[in-house]
Design a protein around this ligand. Structure first.
Ligand code: MV4
Length: 446
């Protein structure tokens, strides 16, 4: 096992990784920008290195600063956390080239999954069905029209380098296709420096269901069930839960086994997530995330598996200590993303936290780097806390969610706690009857 791990991140995810390291007896090195010198991840780590000014590109995104910090501190490995450089294939390569272990998959797997066309092609090879559409970059309007006719309208034009909903254009009829293609190309070139686009059948009212997998370097792979992430606004997930209210044990076992087999055949290493659109009957693969995800705690709560511990063990060359038959799914977990933002405009609301009282009691977990008096800087993601509840069944989990949200006190900055209280008390949410468009419709009506 590693002796010392550098955590190339901040906030709640840095804490999460520090905690897993501490459980394993691994010493930790925090890195921080000048504005984060008093932050909780710096306080909880064994040592810390200042890596630059507040702007992410000069600190948390600076490969040179991070690798230098790892050298100075004498770390053996670097955990990228999520966001920042977590899915940057170059960073994974640079880390390895400097003699450190990158805690994550190979640069090749990161690069393949970062290219949405290559990702779909790779998944088809290992038996995963993608959304119907083009199997390569679309080169001309005529080719696009031919494919769209074949799969049927409406279609979506997506950027190969996109993901997470950036650079998508919908075409509901043939006359709109060429302009949609041109717009998507232009946006993709501007945003990613890569104008390649592809076409998919537009799935009207799907749920976003993703499968968590773990794979070691000995050819073992397991799935840890699904997370339903359909409650989102503008491609930002707001609430995630496991299990999905719409899957039964047989369907879970089937799609899970397919996902585990796929990553085993790909030679994938570590933790990963296969994202699907579920139309009530079929799973359509859209993307794979090659990192630990914000919503990983809901999987941890229902399976009892510590995903960060497994990432560390696998990266250190260890074997998965359990097989698929050992994975038990116990009860129901729900996560709320608590953001520092204006309740009406969703504009980030940084500032000083005056009062802080997190909820507790049976079935409640809070992953957060907040404390009374702390500063929420304006330079980073507005996620400040994750409230995760667990119960023996979904109604109990929903009740505990409402109870925990009522207890939660964060003063001094604006948060979306009130939005979460509204959702937790809603009948559609309680019944589990929602799709990826539900929250935006619900907020329009509220
Ligand atoms: C889709 C889709 C419908 N049909 N692809 C948005 C984020 C990116 N991961 C893919 N996205 C979508 N792709 C096809 N063929 C609808 C969405 C989508 C969506 C997906 C997951 C969660 C929330 C979403 C919100 C709007 C659109």
């Amino acid at each position: 096992m590693f002796e010392k791990v550098l955590i190339a991140n901040r906030g709640e995810i840095a804490l999460r990784i520090i905690r897993a390291c501490r459980d394993l007896g691994i010493r930790t090195v925090a890195v921080h920008s000048t504005i984060d010198s008093e932050a909780m991840h710096v306080r909880l780590a064994d040592e810390s290195v200042c890596i630059g000014p507040p702007a992410p590109r000069d600190s948390y995104l600076s490969m040179a600063a991070l690798v230098s910090a790892a050298s100075v501190a004498g770390a053996d490995a670097i955990h990228p956390g999520l966001g920042f450089l977590a899915e940057n294939a170059t960073f994974a390569q640079v880390v390895t080239d400097h003699g450190f272990t990158f805690i994550g998959p190979s640069p090749d797997h990161i690069a393949t999954m970062g290219d949405k066309i290559a990702a779909k092609a790779a998944m088809v090879e290992v038996g995963i069905s993608p959304v119907p559409g083009s199997d390569a970059a679309v080169e001309s309007d005529a080719e696009a029209a031919r494919i769209a006719e074949e799969i049927g309208y409406p279609v979506l034009v997506k950027a190969a380098a996109g993901g997470g909903g950036r650079g998508m254009q919908i075409a509901r009829e043939p006359t709109i296709l060429a302009p949609a293609l041109a717009l998507a190309r232009r946006e993709a070139a501007g945003a990613f420096g890569d104008s390649r686009v592809f076409i998919e059948k537009f799935i009207e009212k799907p749920r976003h269901i993703e499968i968590q997998i773990l794979a070691d370097s000995y050819g073992n792979a397991v799935h840890l069930g699904e997370r339903d992430c359909s409650i989102q606004r503008r491609h930002q997930k707001v609430i995630e839960e496991s299990p999905s209210p719409v899957l039964d044990d047989a369907v879970r076992a089937e799609i899970g086994a397919r996902a585990a087999t796929a990553v085993r055949q790909l030679g994938y290493l570590g933790a990963g997530t296969l994202e699907f659109l579920f139309d009530g009957r079929d799973f359509h693969f859209i993307e794979m995330n090659t990192r630990l995800q914000v919503e990983h705690p809901v999987t941890e709560m229902v399976t009892g598996v510590d995903l960060v511990r497994e990432q560390l063990t696998i990266a250190a060359g260890g074997k998965l200590q359990f097989g698929q038959d050992d994975v038990r799914f116990d009860g129901h977990a729900i996560e709320c993303r608590v953001n520092a933002e204006d309740a009406r405009t969703f504009v980030p609301s940084p500032g000083r936290v005056r009062e802080y009282h997190p909820p507790g009691g049976p079935g409640v977990r809070v992953d957060s780097a907040l404390f009374a008096g702390c500063m929420v800087p304006p330079h980073y993601d507005s996620l400040i806390a994750k409230l995760i509840v667990h119960g023996p069944d979904r109604p109990t989990a929903v009740a505990r969610l409402a109870r925990a949200l009522d207890e939660y006190v964060i003063e001094g900055i604006d948060t979306n706690l009130e939005l979460h209280r509204g959702i937790a008390g809603d009948r559609d949410f309680s019944s589990g009857a929602y799709d990826i468009h539900w929250l935006e419709r619900w907020m329009d009506g509220a």
